[in-house]
Design a protein. Structure first.
Lengths: 155, 196
């Protein structure tokens, strides 16, 4: 094997090592999905998604939850109920329905949202966010839970 | 005479009905009045190994405490756990780890076994012993742990830490990166604030 061939092999090896390290660093440091910047998967009313979960929660989970956690990005229409803050200081918006006893709790992406200040209870609004939990009869709470959404904003 | 008998039977049945109803509903109504609930929670997973520390935070759990029966319950939407690195979050949710698509909630259902030592009407810090069941990934195990209940005015806070042995919930990594980077035992920290 000539000296030139050995040099080329070493160079190729070094390039492959650098590429491998770069790929590893890129993959392990991939940013979280930008929910608000991503395409909406489903546009639906709160009553419709509630009806789907009431009739068959497993089928609804199959439809809306993803194995990797990158679950369905949904625009859900309902009525504004209230806001509060969670223990992380984030704003939680409660979406409700005029006809059903169901609530959707969504964590807003921003700690400050001017639009919220203008909302009054009963206003029709649409939120966009990622579903984290559907509603199920909760054995722990002995009642139906709430829908839980994260990374939300008002459309 | 026949009319009088029928009327008497109806009246007796009506009175018995009222009695049954009040007997059945009274304890429930009383218990419900004593039940406080919250969604103001923070649950943290922490794994430490010589290679790395991994932390995940969840602010979406719901909880209840019944002050008269001592029943305590928390329901945790598993896909709400947020990791610093997205790849870790994906691994956490996947089938061989927490399988959150098929088991979207984890639950803790228990009872405060030393209820007589806690005065929910008096400010102070109390130690509560909770025994019950913990369900993660569809697997239920017995659970016993001590927690701290702090009552200050109209606020009741719960703080607790406990260890979860992953293998007991069907999560075991024999080889690969998770076997070296994820601890066998995870420290779980729970904080909840209730309106008392």
């Amino acid at each position: 094997m000539s000296i030139i061939t050995i040099r080329n092999t070493v160079k190729l090896g070094l390039v492959l090592i650098v590429l491998g390290i770069a790929t590893f660093l890129i993959v392990t440091n991939l940013p979280h999905r930008n929910v608000q910047g991503s395409k909406t998967d489903t546009q639906i009313t709160l009553e419709q998604v509630y009806s789907e979960y009431k009739s068959d929660p497993n089928a609804a989970d199959e439809k809306y939850l993803d194995e990797s956690g990158d679950s369905n990005i949904m625009e859900v229409s309902g009525v504004f109920v209230s806001t509060n803050k969670n223990l992380n200081g984030q704003i939680i918006l409660i979406l409700g329905s005029k006809t059903e006893s169901v609530k959707l709790r969504c964590t807003l992406i921003s700690d400050f949202n001017e639009e919220i200040n203008n909302l009054i209870q009963g206003d029709n609004i649409t939120i966009k966010g990622v579903i984290r939990s559907g509603i199920y009869y909760d054995e722990a709470l002995q009642r139906y839970g709430d829908f839980v959404f994260n990374d939300c904003d008002i459309k | 005479m026949k009319f009088l008998s029928i009327t008497l039977i109806i009246v007796i049945q009506f009175l018995v009905g009222i009695n049954d109803h009040s007997l059945n509903s009274q304890p429930n109504n009383s218990a419900n009045l004593e039940e406080i609930s919250t969604t103001n929670t923070h649950i943290k997973f922490f794994s430490t190994t010589p290679i790395e520390d991994i932390e995940a935070n969840n602010y979406d759990a719901s909880g209840i405490i019944n002050k008269s029966t001592g029943r305590v319950a928390f329901s945790v939407p598993m896909q709400s756990f947020q990791f610093e690195k997205s790849l870790m979050q994906r691994h956490f949710n996947q089938g061989r780890f927490l399988d959150t698509k098929n088991h979207p909630t984890a639950q803790l259902i228990g009872e405060i076994t030393n209820l007589e030592e806690i005065d929910f009407e008096k400010d102070g810090t109390y130690t509560a012993k909770v025994s019950g069941k913990l369900t993660i990934r569809g697997v239920t195990n017995d659970f016993t742990n001590w927690g701290k209940i702090t009552i200050s005015g109209n606020t009741l806070s719960v703080d607790s830490e406990f260890n979860v042995l992953l293998e007991e919930f069907g999560i075991a990594f024999k080889r690969g990166k998770p076997s070296t980077n994820v601890a066998k035992t995870i420290l779980v920290t729970l904080k909840a604030e209730f309106d008392n």
